[in-house]
Design a protein around this ligand. Structure first.
Ligand code: GTP
Ligand code: MG
Ligand code: ZN
Length: 299
């Protein structure tokens, strides 16, 4: 943890849910975290361990921009980018798409969201190379004025190499990807807050395998703003774009204006969000019942 003079200090953290980037109050004896101050934004996903009930995992807190990193020398999966955009919009920070390793590009890399997602989104897209330095200054500006940027991406896409390049020396360990499939080795194992030369901050994060949603649906509305704009023209206000008459979304798919894969992806994410909401409601009910039994138990 960082003291106001810039030095780091270690305290025990008993019971408090703290993420990298949080502001905390420490007990007067300097021993433990007393309070975690309210977050202005948080990059949160559903915990990914097997069989997990609805639990959240915050990767980084109090961030201004989330950089979604993808390497151009492997195929970029638009469905994964969409999921990451939902997560990033839900965080309350501003998403930025970053295509890394441009020095290794076979063909011309996509230069805008339409080429990548078959959608015109108001999300900036940067091409970078940590080897040549191309595009790195363009990312630095997101941290100007003491701002915080966090990165999100699969292992091996170059998150730690990017922060090293921005700092100008090796502050984070990096490792080669597997030659066969370009996968990384999960070199970064915990999120780290790194200070940048321009006064801003960079939160390096471990590679994320599966991006599971932790959302109330608002991130989906923003990440699929194009579909939602079309849906305004559907005859029914609650159209789910299946077999309703006069559905503007299906018409747009039929005429080739809208990608059908994109609409299907949106529906899958909405179903995932609804399942999560249902799980959370069940859980709250179960907790209420337990609380009720405890209250009734004679002491
Ligand atoms: N050619 C080239 N290689 C790069 C670039 N950026 C990163 N790499 C290489 O990609 C490999 C993985 O980079 P890392 O920075 O460790 O990847 P990471 O995203 O931090 O991975 P995890 O910590 O495992 O999540 C290293 O061998 C880097 O040298 C780049 O712009 N160009
Ligand atoms: Mg790393
Ligand atoms: Zn419709």
């Amino acid at each position: 943890m960082l003291a106001p003079d810039g030095s780091t200090t270690r305290v025990r953290n008993i019971g408090a849910e703290v993420a990298v980037g949080d502001w905390v109050q420490i007990s007067p004896d300097g021993e433990r975290v007393d309070t975690v101050l309210e977050r202005k934004s948080a990059l949160t996903r559903r915990a990914s361990f097997e069989g997990a009930r609805a639990e959240s995992h915050t990767l980084a807190a109090n961030i201004d921009h989330v950089l979604l990193l993808h390497a151009v020398n492997s195929e970029i999966n638009p469905r994964r980018v969409e999921r990451e955009l939902v997560l990033a919009f839900d965080s309350g920070a501003t998403p930025v798409i970053v295509l890394t390793k441009c020095d290794l590009a076979d063909g011309p890399p996509p230069t805008n969201s339409r080429q990548l997602l078959a959608a015109d989104l108001d999300v900036p897209l940067h091409l970078t190379s940590a080897v040549t330095g191309e595009g790195v200054d363009g990312l630095m500006k997101y941290a100007e004025g003491g701002k915080t940027i966090a990165v999100l991406g699969a292992s091996g896409v170059g998150k730690s190499t990017l922060v090293n390049r921005m700092v100008g020396r090796e502050v984070q360990r990096t490792a080669d990807v597997r030659e066969s499939d370009q996968r990384g080795r999960h070199t970064t194992v915990a999120a780290e807050l790194v200070s940048l030369p321009n006064g801003g901050w960079f939160i390096d994060t471990p590679g994320v395998r599966a991006v599971s949603l932790w959302t109330d649906g608002s991130g989906i509305r923003k990440a699929f703003a194009d579909v939602f704009a079309l849906a305004e023209q559907c005859r029914f206000g609650d159209c789910v774009h299946e077999d309703e008459p006069d559905c503007a979304v299906r018409d747009a798919v039929a005429s080739g204006v809208m990608s059908s894969a994109r609409v299907s992806a949106m529906k899958r994410l909405q179903a995932e969000q609804e399942a999560l909401a249902e799980e959370q409601r069940e859980r709250e009910k179960a907790e209420d019942r337990r609380g009720f039994r405890r209250r009734r138990k004679p002491n």
